[in-house]
Write a protein that binds this ligand. Sequence first.
Ligand SMILES: NC(=O)c1ccc[n+]([C@@H]2O[C@H](COP(=O)([O-])OP(=O)(O)OC[C@H]3O[C@@H](n4cnc5c(N)ncnc54)[C@H](O)[C@@H]3O)[C@@H](O)[C@H]2O)c1
Length: 274
Amino acid sequence: MGLFDAFSFKGKRAVVVGGATGMGAATAELVLDAGAEVVVLDRAEVTLPGVKAVSLDLSDKASIDAAVEEVGGPIHALFSCAGVADGTPGIERINFIGHRYMIERLLANDALPRGAAIGMISSAAGMGWENSLTELHEYLDITDFDAASAWALEHNRADYMWSKKTINAYVSREAFALLKRGIRINAIMPGPTDTPLAQANKEMWLGFGSDYRDEVGIEASKPIEQAYPLVFLCSDAAAGITGMTIITDAGYFAAGVTGSYGPAQEAIGFLRSI
Ligand SMILES: NC(=O)c1ccc[n+]([C@@H]2O[C@H](COP(=O)([O-])OP(=O)(O)OC[C@H]3O[C@@H](n4cnc5c(N)ncnc54)[C@H](O)[C@@H]3O)[C@@H](O)[C@H]2O)c1
């Protein structure tokens, strides 16, 4: 055993929710390479060799129940990656309520042992969530799957930005109770990342911050560049980190907050204010 083994997943079992494509697929590939036994849950076909695939539709409670039973335990790292864009029916369930329901079912089954970690994918679009904390608490207090979905639809909150703000608030408010069980929870907030989802919404998703990227001479993130910090957060090397939503946007946020890249100021100021 060396000190660097804390980054390894040897002897661990990892579950990737939404691991068929994009960042989830990169996460599955990385954590497999890091030594884990990997189970990938998705509604789409899983093509990565060497992993177990389980069919899952996050918008459907019964499908989550069935997947939880099939996956079993123990799960040392749970990566909650699946997400869809605005315009997808059930977005409030797929992007948040389904992930939360799965976590709760796994906790009820004692499938997440002490030392386990949960890593979620939020979005830079979810920054500024602290401004809405009162309303987010109201939403998060509705723990029932169908009632939470109904609340989001009734309150005009079944949208992408709200789903990501909700993840950020959830990670922050659940960290304390989870740590009492020895479990950590964190999230990354990626900036534009070249995945099938971003390509399907190219102008808005990959256009965002392209002036900044041109200026510093970088491309949109590759999925693996988001998987690296997500896998780190669920490794033992991140034992001191929980309840955090980490902005992984190649510096756009920092440049916007400080004004070191002036044109980012307006976009970041807007996202932080709503
Ligand atoms: N690509 C970006 O620029 C970007 C930026 C910030 C955040 N994100 C977030 O990153 C996460 C991963 O997205 P991605 O860009 O890799 O896209 P992607 O479409 O490649 O990956 C999403 C995965 O979720 C799965 N999925 C979708 N609906 C599902 C459902 N109902 N049940 C089960 N699985 C389902 C898809 O089949 C796919 O495998 C999402 O939460 C997204 O909101 C993406």
